[in-house]
Design a protein around this ligand. Structure first.
Ligand SMILES: Nc1ncnc2c1ncn2[C@@H]1O[C@H](COP(=O)(O)OP(=O)(O)OP(=O)(O)O)[C@@H](O)[C@H]1O
Ligand SMILES: [Mg+2]
Length: 294
């Protein structure tokens, strides 16, 4: 299948009982005060961070028929790249992220992370959903700590990283608050801090800001961009909003409606930081919108 290229300027298992002690895995080495791990930039420059080749996925519907959701998807995402995926509702965007997260298995084709086949969820990848999935019985700090606890990170390191990542999302003062005491935007920032604290190489974000008001979303765009540039993570970000994709992405992937295919790719060369209302962003978004109906 050919793809047009156009150019213009772990999820966490839910704790059944919050009183249960967390799993203890192999503890990581104790770290100094500022030892936040930056991802290793690819196994070699030629190996994509995330590589999808010829991915097909069909679901079985209630009536027993097979529905082809993804049809021969090919996509290479480089280490440290911010890739946005856009396309109409039902085109398979979430399905694609689930496959990379290892939450579903493709019907055919191969997904590689750092050149190794994905065989299930891993701590090198994490999903952030539109519904943030925070635990209401835990404080903000405990929510951020939770993923690290599941990874077996020692307590002192957990505390240190919780503080670091809460500062990163400007929520240091809310460490002891409960989730119901926060606004929607603050909750989403806690979810981002929790995901980042497990230090995955790849963040998979499924319309994380869709439910937020415009002002909060603009602020979170700025913060996500800053965090991305400070931490060097690889981000695959799904959105319905083409302008949001241009605002954030190094590259925008446009998918077709059912079956989901990669219709076009648009490298975004506009200087950062960008803003949703920038005329250049609007122009680029119109170009993609035009392309999506052709
Ligand atoms: N568990 C499932 N069983 C059967 N069909 C499914 C299942 N999950 C998704 N689908 C179908 O697969 C297709 C792709 O769904 P998916 O949720 O990936 O789309 P999407 O692009 O994320 O849509 P949206 O933008 O609305 O979130 C849809 O036609 C959907 O009905
Ligand atoms: Mg979806």
């Amino acid at each position: 299948m050919s793809t047009n290229v156009q150019k213009f300027p772990n999820q966490f298992p839910i704790p059944l009982d919050p009183r249960f002690p967390a799993h203890s895995g192999s503890p990581r080495g104790k770290v100094g005060p500022v030892s936040v791990r930056r991802p290793v930039r690819g196994v070699s420059p030629e190996v994509a961070k995330v590589g999808l080749s010829e991915i097909c996925l069909s679901y079985r519907t209630q009536s027993g028929e097979r529905l082809l959701a993804l049809d021969h998807i090919n996509l290479q995402v480089h280490a440290g790249e911010f890739v946005c995926i856009v396309g109409p509702s039902g085109c398979g965007k979430s399905t694609l992220l689930h496959l990379v997260a290892g939450l579903h298995q493709q019907t055919s084709g191969q997904i590689l992370v750092d050149g190794k086949p994905v065989q299930g969820p891993g701590t090198d990848r994490i999903m952030i959903f539109q519904e943030h999935g925070l635990f209401p019985w835990l404080t903000v700090g405990q929510n951020v700590e939770f993923g690290m606890k599941m990874k077996g990170v020692p307590k002192a390191e957990r505390k240190e990283k919780t503080h670091y990542y809460l500062r990163l999302v400007h929520l240091a003062k809310f460490e002891k608050s409960y989730i119901h005491q926060l606004s929607g935007g603050m909750r989403q920032r806690v979810a981002i801090a929790r995901a980042l604290a497990t230090e995955p190489d790849v963040l998979l974000m499924d319309e994380p800001f869709a439910a937020l008001d415009a002002q909060t979303r603009d602020l979170l765009h700025d913060e996500l961009e800053r965090i991305w540039s400070e931490t060097g993570r690889t981000i695959i970000f799904v959105t319905h909003n083409v302008r949001e994709a241009i605002r954030l992405g190094d590259r925008v992937i446009l998918m077709t409606f059912r079956p989901g295919r990669v219709k076009s790719e648009f490298p975004v060369d506009l200087p950062r930081p960008r803003h949703l209302e920038d005329p250049t962003v609007a122009r680029a978004a119109r170009e993609i919108d035009r392309k999506s109906v052709v």
